[in-house]
Design a protein around this ligand. Structure first.
Ligand code: PAF
Length: 282
């Protein structure tokens, strides 16, 4: 496995590996079993003759003022062994000063999907995500890229990025990996206090209850929203709900007559830790 931390080395790696299919997994490190599943999926897509590239970079641009950029866990040594164990061929772990010139003046502002839900709560977040993903796609020169569907809105926005800017990259969305009690795996779960950790699976419990209600015919978004809100408030009294969105899975806007697939996406604070989860209603 090659570990590369500058752009010059990355470019020569890309040149040497030009003929091989490259499947890319962008991450911010602090890797867990959810990332391992992404890397294994990438390995499968790449096949024996392809390459799996993983980036590890805590992107300062996607953190707002007062968010957890400085305390975000940095665990490079453990991350590298997880990557190796799951079949990665190349790790790109650059420094921020190598990626972002101090007088950087181009921004990528998605004007529709990113205004809602997490984008409304975290202004500038998706601009930062689009900036880094576009740069990494250009640098890594991948054929495919793998993202987790836990970040449902991020995946929808990256689909737009690829479509609207004609990146020649096939995107793959991978199902969320969960703890045995249903909590979606996240690098931020480690911030939870023991009490908060006990309450956190309520996000999943509430989403499953909403899906049951939906299967039994409940179609009114307000009814589904109320059910989720009440259940989280009851099972996680120390939490604060940021949003509960019942949305069209493609536009992320309100469900309409043309909606083919409905997603419920939620964000909930436990203290300063913000957890997200979602469920597709099929
Ligand atoms: O999903 C993440 O970990 C990050 O938002 C990403 C896509 C690696 C960009 O920094």
């Amino acid at each position: 496995m090659n570990v590369i931390n500058n752009i010059r080395q990355l470019r020569s790696w890309s040149t040497i590996n030009k003929g091989a299919r490259c499947v890319f997994v962008p991450t911010m490190g602090a890797l867990h079993d959810g990332h391992a599943a992404l890397i294994r999926a990438a390995r499968e897509i790449a096949g024996p003759s392809g390459n799996v590239a993983v980036s590890i970079f805590v992107n300062p641009l996607q953190f707002g003022p007062g968010e957890d950029f400085t305390k975000y866990p940095r665990t490079l040594i453990e991350d590298l062994s997880l990557c190796r164990d799951n079949g990665a061929d190349m790790i790109f772990a650059p420094k921020a000063e190598d990626l972002y010139p101090p007088d950087r003046s181009i921004v990528l502002h998605e004007t529709s999907l990113s205004q809602l839900h997490c984008g409304a709560s975290r202004p500038g977040h998706f601009e930062g995500v689009c900036a880094i993903v576009a740069k990494l796609f250009n640098l890594v020169q991948c054929d495919d890229a793998v993202f987790g569907k836990k970040d449902y809105q991020q995946f929808a926005i990256i689909r737009r990025l690829v479509r609207d800017l004609d990146f020649n990259v096939v995107l793959h969305g991978i199902e969320t990996v969960r703890e045995p009690d249903g909590l979606a795996m996240s690098s931020r779960n480690r911030y939870l206090t023991p009490e908060e950790r006990l309450e956190a699976p309520s996000l999943r419990t509430a989403l499953l209850a909403a899906r049951d209600a939906w299967k039994n015919g409940a179609r009114d978004p307000d009814v589904l929203r109320r059910l989720i809100t009440q259940m989280i408030q009851e099972k996680a009294p120390s939490s604060r709900i940021d949003y509960v969105a019942v949305a069209d899975a493609h536009t992320l806007e309100s469900v309409s007559a043309t909606t083919e697939l409905v997603v419920i996406a939620i964000a909930v604070f436990f203290g300063t830790t913000r957890l997200i989860d979602n469920i597709e209603l099929k």
